[in-house]
Write a new protein. Structure first.
Length: 128
């Protein structure tokens, strides 16, 4: 293995985002030629599939054309998209509740399966 190339890869990778890493590693693999993907994989610890994806992005011209790091639609979905009736359920519970009863309301809300992971505070504040 080329220690100079390994040092260059290990210096650059922490400075790059996901897409830049793919492109950088793909360019290094292309510069090596045959066996470059495997060698770059061994030096960087990055998946060979990721390096091959970077090579495909370069070939397709996606490396410079699209500035997005990830495809549109990635990431966590909003609770309102995942559970369409969440607002109505919260409104039903909160409509009868006063500040004095909010401690009794919290266990009821937590019992709802789709509300278990939402941030519910003891005083009725939701999502803070």
């Amino acid at each position: 293995m080329d220690s100079g190339l390994a040092a260059k890869i290990n210096t650059m990778l922490p400075l790059l985002d996901e897409k830049q890493k793919r492109i950088f590693l793909a360019l290094e693999a292309n510069a090596i030629g045959r066996g470059g993907v495997k060698l770059v994989h061994e030096m960087s610890g990055v998946s060979q599939t990721t390096i091959i994806r970077g090579k495909k992005e370069i070939e397709d011209g996606e490396a410079l054309g699209n500035l997005r790091v990830r495809k549109p639609g990635g990431g966590r979905k909003r609770l309102t998209e995942k559970y369409a009736d969440i607002k109505e359920e919260i409104e039903k519970v909160v409509a009868d509740t006063t500040c004095k009863r909010s401690k009794k309301t919290r266990p009821f809300l937590i019992g709802k399966s789709h509300l278990k992971r939402s941030k519910i505070r003891p005083h009725g504040r939701i999502g803070e």
